[in-house]
Design a protein around this ligand. Sequence first.
Ligand code: GCU
Length: 626
Amino acid sequence: MKNKSLLNGTWNLIVDPQKKGEKESWFSPTFLNNQKYSVEKIAVPSNYNTIPKLFEYTGVVWYILELSEFPAISSKEDLFLCFDGANYIAKIWINGQFIGEHEGGFLPFKFRLPNPLKLKQPNGDKNWLVVKIDTSIVKDGIPGESTDWFNWGGLHRDVYWEIKNKIRIDHVKIKSSFNSPWPHSAQISISIKKNNFSKNLLDEHVLTCRIYELRKDNLTQIKRASQIYIQQEFSLDTRSIQQFNMDILNPKLWSPTEPNLYEIELQIKNLTSPVIERFGIRMIETQEHLLLLNKRPIKMKGASLHEELEPYGRHYSTQLRRSELQAMKALGFNALRSAHYSHDERLCQLCDEEGLLLLEEIPLYWNIEYTNRKIIKLAAQMIRDLISRDFNHPSVIVWSVGNEVPVEDLGCRQTIKLLLQYARKLDPSRLVTYASCRMVSDVTRKYSSINAINFYFGWYYMTPYNLNFFLDAMYYGTHPKTPWIMTEFGAGAKYGEHNLKEQFSEENQARTIAHQIQVMNSKPYMAGWFIWIYRDFRSSQRLNRFQQGFNRKGIVSEKNEKKLIARIMPQLINKKIERIRHYRGLAQFYAYIMRWVERVAVKIIFFLEFRKERKMVKSYYHTELD
Ligand code: GCU
């Protein structure tokens, strides 16, 4: 077995609506060998909802795989069972032995199997891998009980064995910075975690780093350049985490227009197998109200995307993912927001290659119990796992810790502030934020490095023509002068609806979005905008005659059919409004007054909850997240 072998393929599936499987030990070889149970066949990875009769099912299902081979490892190796994503709670058994469990639908997890031989069935009996998945909506889960998206469940990402030497390099983190004279010299700092590396190995071993340029030989194939770009050796010490710096002269920087990539190969000579990581050299920073990429101002222009494609659900091919990113680039987009959770890591890899700036998010969404310690720790684990997984992707520039969270609630404010500080500590090289839908009373924004706002002028309230004033009220009237991005704005439309009297006509959608794009392009402090949303997506909340189970705010239909706004986007994307009005004094006055109106309204609500909330908050926020 090579060091990574996929367990993807056709598994058996048992549906367990009465949730009796655990009590009846459906995970045991005795039960499985008797095969007195009716099964469906299910592809892994996929969402079980793609089986028509299970489309609307939420609850427990059992994934069962008879292992064709049982991994054998030497005493110098570790064996891991790895899952790239399983929604929502997963419990794992091998031959009836409980291996572990994981909560959260969109990030990888793995279990080290200390004694694989003890797990193996004797004398040629069948070996069974069993995964119980529960997609029930839980009160203290993330996301919470109400979401505007479809609850696709199951093993929707790769499952595989991984064999690693006990003495190994774990977790390589690569950061790039610029030396002077910029941009002719850059520096990458490489931080490695050494596993099981004892003192006696020190003097005879060094770390060899080889850097290669990556080149696109055609539209999609990326290959290493033949010769080594830079090679350097470093002596090792006993610290488990060690950092090294390498200078790169005349670096080819990463940007949406020139997504140059490199590959680094790290090896402790004669001891470990090479670890290979891709990276890009780029710097993201803010300067007052400006967002700078490689020291130059840039505006993020794009859309959000749910990880969903008909008829596949959340798991679909790399080629299909690449073609949708190329379609976004063809519209003129340079940015994408992975709503409202981390997508398959292939999205990051493709954004690296195709040149899209990525804002990634954890699904802390709408109303949940923000003072619940379990939720706080789970949210922290999610942001930690997300940053750990995607740290080396140059396309990722913003971490978002939540969406439309009720910041008027003290517990929510404390949790968001905690998560922003935690994300910043884990990764000082990127921006941290959360998407707010409070205009002038959001006091938590000051902990973000870029202000993200969601407003639907012309759809849920007012008209698109009010956006200009309210943006100025927020910027000039409330906040320290950091950049602002509109992480959601838009309107619904049914593809092919052209009755101008209908709110869901393509024409109404185009008019609503087009005006707001031009306003935001005309505001120096607007560092970007993301249309909500690129593609129509399933939502059980959207049931009118135009929606029929889909949220129709996509600029393309669920079949990727371009609506009017998508067809005109290339001509629209950089347009501004000549002689746009900037409301400074009036906007500040409005914000000052409205801040109190919003705050008074909020305080009244909060005061009624005062004793309960304040006590709960005090008792929770000494909690260490690690
Ligand atoms: C909210 C929310 C989205 C939702 C959108 C809508 O802003 O963040 O998840 O789909 O509004 O109303 O369509």
